[in-house]
Design a protein around this ligand. Sequence first.
Ligand code: AMP
Length: 273
Amino acid sequence: MPEIVKTIKDMRANLVTWRSANETIALVPTMGALHEGHLSLVKAARAIADRTVVSIYINPTQFAPGEDLSRYPRDEAGDLAKLANVGADLVWMPSNEDMYPEGFSTEIKVAGPAEPLEGICRPIHFNGVATVVCKLLSAVSPDTAIFGEKDFQQLTVIRRMVRDLNIPVDIIGAPTVREADGLALSSRNAYLSEDEREIAPALFRAISDVANRVLTVEAAKNALLAAGFTKIDYLEIRDSDTLGPVTTKKKGKSRILAAAWLGKTRLIDNVPA
Ligand code: AMP
């Protein structure tokens, strides 16, 4: 079983022992309700570092009023069983009081890659993400931190923050884990009705068809609406480093990113172009 800690003090006590034995540490930040996508990050962490720390924290500051903070899925017992199974060493479940003590006054705002796409649809989201990830990195001081390509813009924003602030950590991006029908695993898939779940893989199909030059961006949007998606926030081809307009046709240098709604559920996905 992994050690389970709540406070930064208890978490650090474990780290001190490992550090004094010259062991390397990888951090996998999550919001819980863990699935195989999260567990793939933990496995990648175990392959890279001697010790793996998983944080489980539903960060309130990255949700705008009216978003799904109050109904976000929680499954502490299930999460701990899964983490024991994949061999995490330490699970850190911070409290809001520890993360945002009375009088908390600091916010990290990344411009550049945080501005388009999600930055337009969810204007406060990346400020919350950057601030909490900076806090997690500063509390754990890992050698490596692993993030999923599933949230490609988040990964890009974190890379930029770490570079800009000289945070001494290697950021590793891990590939998206999908269901057999292509739907990217996501804690939010639990919100989908049976009918919506059948429609959901159309998102991956549409962006893959754009990547394979089978559909134009406009045709892919129409295909999504025809499949039953109710609203498309964006579906765009972007430079994979800056998330700005594509400047080179070099393979692997661009990314197709999309966010679309199925009723009350917002799904995001992306593929290399
Ligand atoms: P979350 O709990 O949604 O904040 O996600 C925690 C981490 O897991 C983030 O780095 C996500 O990008 C990553 N992640 C979520 N879904 C997947 C997936 N299907 N495949 C790989 N990584 C994922």
